[in-house]
Design a protein around this ligand. Structure first.
Ligand code: PGA
Length: 248
């Protein structure tokens, strides 16, 4: 694991965008799994800008969904579907056959998990996974206490995730379950980027990077991944007590 600290969210986002563009330029048929949320929003808008400016071809990539709120329609602005469509798929003109997202309205969510596991396997695994970290240390909807050896699964959301998740929705929304790739997918991805910005993430970032590796704080497992990079802005890194990382 490598930790990179950038002076602000703009700089962090521009480097994260560079990682995505670089991956697709090197490997045009890359399998990408890109998280939703406030953290990577700017990264994706820079990806769109850079892809257009540098004429990077995304037509052979595959996009794998990280997670989704169970029972929430793709038409709901707070859904992960909507976010990805709006910020990435529509602007980059990604074709439907390139996109594999969880159908969180399905009556057979276990079947959805099995399908996603098969798609990831058939594509030869995920080349680049970009994730955020929740206030409770989750990655995707891998909530504290998750089994480390799980692939896609359905989860009862933590109280904190239900509350924090309201920020994505226009109206108060009942959020009880999530469907998510598992920590096994994270550990098996070729490369993982974990992004965090803002002082409100400082303490959870410190715990993930400096306390024990435990599924009680799922993001800490990133330290077990040899090709992972934690990308922080200075406020998110401000609680770190070990000075081995340098600001860029
Ligand atoms: P955020 O979400 O980027 O909106 O802070 C992160 C997460 O919950 O994984």
């Amino acid at each position: 694991m490598e930790v990179s600290i950038y002076k602000d969210h703009d700089t962090l986002s521009s480097h994260a965008a560079g990682e995505i563009i670089g991956m697709v330029a090197r490997k045009p048929d890359a399998v990408l799994c890109l998280a939703t949320g406030d953290t990577p929003r700017l990264t994706y808008s820079l990806v769109v800008q850079q892809a257009t400016a540098r004429k990077v071809d995304f037509t052979r990539c595959t996009f794998i969904g990280l997670d989704e709120w169970v029972g929430i329609s793709p038409e709901n602005e707070g859904s992960c579907h909507y976010f990805l469509r709006h910020h990435i798929f529509a602007p980059l003109q990604i074709a439907p056959h390139q996109i594999h997202l969880f159908n969180a309205l399905s009556g057979d969510l276990a079947g959805e998990c099995g399908l996603m596991n098969r798609v990831v396997k058939q594509r030869g695994g995920i080349d680049l996974m970009l994730v955020g970290i929740g206030m409770n240390g989750h990655i995707g909807f891998n909530e504290p206490g998750v089994a480390p050896d799980q692939y896609a699964h359905v989860v009862t959301l933590d109280e904190g995730t239900r509350t924090v998740g309201q920020k994505y929705f226009r109206e108060q929304t009942v959020l009880t379950e999530g469907i998510t790739l598992g920590l096994k997918h994270v550990l098996e991805a070729e490369k993982v980027l974990l992004l965090a910005n803002g002082v409100k993430k400082a303490e959870v970032v410190r715990r993930a990077l400096e306390e024990e590796v435990t599924t009680a704080l799922p993001a800490s497992i990133i330290r077990k991944h040899a090709n992972s990079r934690v990308m922080l802005d200075e406020p998110a890194a401000s609680a770190l007590t070990r000075g081995e990382t340098k600001s860029r």
